[in-house]
Design a protein. Structure first.
Length: 205
């Protein structure tokens, strides 16, 4: 059953959501001036949709183009989209990830997230932030590794994702025509896989 919400209060709350891309965590919504009672009334009135525990979006808003990445970015703000998910974002794979590949620091605990499914990779603190790019998707800042860092990471985890995926990504990277080989070599050294990558780089790039 829909629950009525005082119109001025409701519209003000919804305008705050719209100003922040249509998606907010409960904590952020309250900090921005939305009373918890208003938030839950909008939920009960089906004007807000619950994406996950403590995460809401405007129900009649434009469908999110990247709902999984946005949800993960809001729920795990320190995490970084990596490997297959980063390749898909950079259009360097034909693979369709069935989970969000997420890098977190080795000292961090696994995040509790019911949806979307995650594949977690614990990275050492040294170099964790190296190669992180901040992109805005559906009005939300998402942390994701650059193309070059992603390529190096893929070769590092080739036994988990498959060397064929690495080779495909390297070929698609070359076809983009915006190669930055100095950066690629830097990340190969960072990930300690220069010797592994060098033959493929010489053959493909």
């Amino acid at each position: 059953m829909s629950v009525s919400v005082p119109s001025p209060t409701a519209e003000h709350a919804l305008s705050i959501f719209r100003a922040h891309g249509g998606v907010l965590k409960t904590k952020s919504a309250i900090e921005l001036g939305i009373h918890p009672r208003t938030l839950y009334a909008l939920r009960d009135a089906e004007r807000l949709e619950r994406l996950d525990r403590g995460l809401y979006r405007i129900a009649d808003g434009k469908p999110l183009e990247n709902p999984d990445l946005v949800t993960v970015a809001l729920k795990v703000p320190k995490g970084v989209i990596c490997l297959i998910s980063a390749l898909a974002f950079h259009r360097m794979t034909a693979q369709v990830p069935h989970a969000v590949y997420l890098a977190i620091e080795a000292s961090d605990q696994a995040p509790a997230l019911r949806y979307p499914p995650l594949r977690l990779f614990w990275y050492s603190k040294a170099g964790f932030e190296d190669g992180v790019e901040a992109v805005v998707l559906d009005g939300t800042k998402v942390r994701i590794y650059s193309m070059e860092r992603t390529l190096a990471d893929c070769f590092k985890y080739r036994n988990k994702i498959g060397i064929d995926v690495c080779v495909e990504a390297l070929n698609l990277y070359r076809r983009r025509g915006r190669m930055q080989l100095d950066k690629l070599e830097h990340y190969a050294k960072l990930c300690r896989i220069e010797r592994v990558m060098r033959p493929y780089m010489e053959a493909i790039l």
